[in-house]
Design a binder for this molecule. Structure first.
Ligand code: IFM
Length: 450
């Protein structure tokens, strides 16, 4: 495997998210989330799977932190379950729920693993959805109050705090296509949700700054490498629209720009929810931006006859996502075009592959996927991108949202019958990267080691 030297202070980590791994949905006073409600509704999640138990990380977090330590990783990225902390979304704090993250952070620090916390990875308290969900501005205000509580309790022990993970998914899969919780299919609501997620991000940034001013704070967005299906005019236009909706819609306003025009025009959101102070609020300065990257998409205009399929079908993961490592370099360069010298992290990258029935810890395809993306990240650094770290999605096989447990992304195999964990070949590969020497010199990461 070719080895590239990464800069001093570069952070190697792995990521998870609360609803995908924790289980324990009724433990210690946790409230209901939109994903509990959604997963229990017939026909929403493949095989009727739910996150009720997931990896039982809530009860086995010590074992999981020990795995991160065994792999020698620098950092662990996890999310907090809002309804564990505030069962009704607002109001009285559930101390037992907050206590779980208090113990998790201490366990990580005790093993010299930097805790990178995300406040919202899609598990909205159902009580807030009942009051309008993200299409209602009050949810953004509730999010800021929740951010204050978490940052006050944990902020000074965190290596970083991210407000939202992939707000595009929360807005468009949750309220537009209905593929994700809460399962609404209302394009105007999706637009309003997207705006209020950004307002919530801005308010939360201010809340975090007020109580944990030294904790690096930012946001995590998802990006795709988008290239038109052909060079025909309409495909070029379709690709521009897709690019604005997927890659620029959240990034541009955070970087102080307007919402992109072509993407906005082809969405039916009338932008009535934008209040006068919102652009400045959304552009509240951040300390880092997290980049999630998995694949390339080739938009095609619905007005053209379907393009001929390529002579050679592209290499894909088990989920049918094209493997396109060069896209990671392109996406990082694109983000840098908006954010300049702001520190960037790859906060998610990884792949689902079929299990090898003879040995579920054998995953050469995943190793190959990761190695090629690591090389693409290194290329971006050579081109001047201030990339400070790289987190694999995911530490563990887990609940893959509407796909249930069908797709596995873990560096560590989880047997969902016994909940036994076993490190995969990819886990050992990732450990070897974390163990490799990094260039000498000063750590460039704003906040990486804080
Ligand atoms: O599992 C998800 C994660 O929750 C968010 N980003 C993409 C991953 C793979 O689909």
């Amino acid at each position: 495997m070719p080895r590239q030297e990464f800069p001093a202070g570069f952070v190697w980590g792995a990521a998870t998210a609360a609803y995908q791994v924790e289980g324990g949905i009724q433990a210690d006073g946790r409230g209901e989330s939109i994903w509990d409600r959604f997963a229990h509704a017939p026909g929403r999640v493949r095989n009727g799977d739910t996150g009720d138990v997931a990896c039982d990380h809530y009860h086995r977090y010590r074992e999981d932190v020990a795995l991160v330590a065994e792999l020698g990783l620098d950092a662990y990225r996890f999310s907090v379950s809002w309804p564990r902390v505030l069962p009704n979304g607002t109001g009285a704090v559930n101390r037992a729920g907050l206590g779980f993250y208090d113990r998790l952070v201490d366990e990580l620090l005790g093993k010299a693993i930097a805790p990178h916390l995300t406040l919202y990875h899609w598990d909205l308290p159902q009580a807030l959805e009942d009051r309008g969900g993200w299409p209602a501005r009050s949810t953004a205000e509730a999010f800021a109050a929740y951010a204050d509580i978490v940052a006050r309790c944990l902020g000074d022990r965190l290596a970083s705090i991210a407000t939202l993970n992939e707000p595009w998914c929360s807005a468009h899969l949750g309220y537009g296509t209905g593929l994700h919780a809460p399962g609404r299919t209302d394009p105007a609501a999706a637009g309003a949700a997207a705006h209020h997620l950004l307002v919530g991000h801005g308010l939360a940034m201010q809340a975090i700054r007020a109580v944990a001013p030294r904790t690096p704070a930012g946001i995590v967005l998802n990006f795709e490498a988008l290239e038109p299906a052909s060079d025909r005019l309409l495909d070029l236009e379709a690709s521009t629209i897709a690019n604005e909706q997927m890659n620029s819609w959240f990034l541009d306003p955070i970087a102080g720009r307007d919402y992109p025009v072509a993407g906005g025009r082809s969405w039916s959101w009338r932008q009535n929810e934008i209040l006068p102070g919102d652009p400045g609020l959304i552009a509240t300065p951040i300390d880092f931006l997290g980049v999630n990257y998995y694949t390339r998409r080739r938009p095609q205009s619905p007005l053209l006859p379907a393009a001929e399929p390529p002579a050679q079908s592209p290499e894909c993961t088990a989920m049918g996502w094209e493997v396109h490592p060069e896209g990671l370099t392109d996406v990082l360069l694109f983000v840098r075009s908006r954010t300049g010298d702001l520190p960037l992290y790859v906060t998610e990258n990884g792949a689902a592959y079929e299990l090898d029935p003879a040995d579920p810890t054998r995953d050469p395809d995943r190793v190959s996927y990761l190695a090629r993306h690591v090389a693409a990240a290194h290329r971006a650094i050579e081109l001047g991108v201030p990339l400070r770290g790289y987190f694999v999605w995911s530490l563990l096989d887990n609940f893959e949202w509407h796909e249930g447990y069908g797709y596995r992304f873990g560096l560590v195999h989880v047997d969902f019958e016994t909940l036994e964990r076993r490190v995969r070949g990819s886990g050992r590969y990732w450990a070897s990267l974390a163990a490799a020497p990094r260039a000498s010199g000063t750590a460039g990461a704003a906040g990486a080691g804080r």
